[in-house]
Design a protein around this ligand. Structure first.
Ligand code: ADP
Ligand code: MG
Length: 251
């Protein structure tokens, strides 16, 4: 469903991605782990053309594109299939929750306003915000704002949703509500590629875990492969550093 082949990206002299390959099947929940600066955000941004790769190909279902030279038309087509959830929510502050969700449907997808409102309400219901249609971002908690961000992604009915550390800007007590929403949409069969430091989410929800470091995929496998039997020393060291003391893996 999504195959990324040999992505390279540098910023000036800094080589950030050095030949990354990733394969995602329909219904997969793939979690990317890795230290800060390892290129995770850049990878997601290249997949969605928020950043232009220096080299690389992507196969989105039946569409193959060159990530460096893709035409505007191709980019538009891919963006119809891929949604993005940002670390900092990226909501319009002067629009209500519902307007934030319907904006992309009306402007990007050319869906008639009334239909967009119907889809938008359904999407907000799904993330538990039925009572917040008319609230502005400033009237919402961080957790609620991120749930609007997720509703916006879901409303587009994409083939895949990319999440870039969706809970890392949140106060700890608000992380759970966002992870619960993500778990629910995963259980509905949504294909997801999630960069996160939430190890319990990786363990419980992902069917594939990728460990990235220094712009390459160091190791990938099932959560059990990575958390119980990591093969590479770099993976072992990273996990030793980040896993909570009480982290246990039950099969
Ligand atoms: P991660 O998300 O894994 O923390 P990033 O992809 O954000 O890593 O960043 C990887 C490296 O690329 C970092 O060294 C960062 O400073 C650099 N980088 C990211 N975006 C830019 C940019 N727009 N301009 C220059 N350097 C960047
Ligand atoms: Mg990042």
């Amino acid at each position: 469903m999504l195959e990324i082949k040999d992505i390279y990206k540098s910023f000036g002299k800094t080589e950030v991605l050095k030949g990354v390959d990733i394969t995602i099947d329909k219904g997969d929940v793939v979690v990317i782990l890795g230290p800060s600066g390892s290129g995770k955000t850049t990878l997601l941004r290249c997949i969605n053309f928020l950043e232009k790769a220096d080299k690389g190909h992507a196969l989105f279902g039946d569409i193959e594109v060159n990530l460096k030279t893709a035409s505007k038309k191709q980019i538009h087509k891919i963006r119809q299939r891929v949604a993005f959830v940002f670390q900092n929510y990226s909501l319009f502050n002067n629009k209500t929750a519902l307007e934030n969700v319907t904006e992309g449907l009306v402007i990007g997808r050319k869906i008639p306003k009334a239909k967009a409102v119907e889809i938008g309400k359904k999407s907000l219901d799904k993330v538990g915000l039925s009572d917040k249609y008319d609230a502005y971002p400033s009237e919402l908690s961080g957790g609620q704002q991120q749930r609007v961000g997720i509703a916006r992604a879901v409303s587009l009915n994409p083939d895949i949703i990319l999440f870039d550390e969706p809970t890392s800007a949140l106060d700890p007590e608000l992380v759970g509500e966002v992870l619960t929403v993500m778990k629910n949409i995963a259980q509905e069969g949504t294909t997801m590629l999630v960069v996160t430091h939430e190890m319990s989410f990786a363990k419980d929800v992902a069917n594939k875990v990728i460990f990235m470091d220094g712009g390459v995929v160091v190791e990938e496998g099932t959560p059990k492969d990575i958390f119980v039997h990591p093969k590479k020393e770099r993976t072992q060291q990273f996990l030793k550093r980040v896993l909570p003391e009480d982290f246990t893996y039950h099969i």
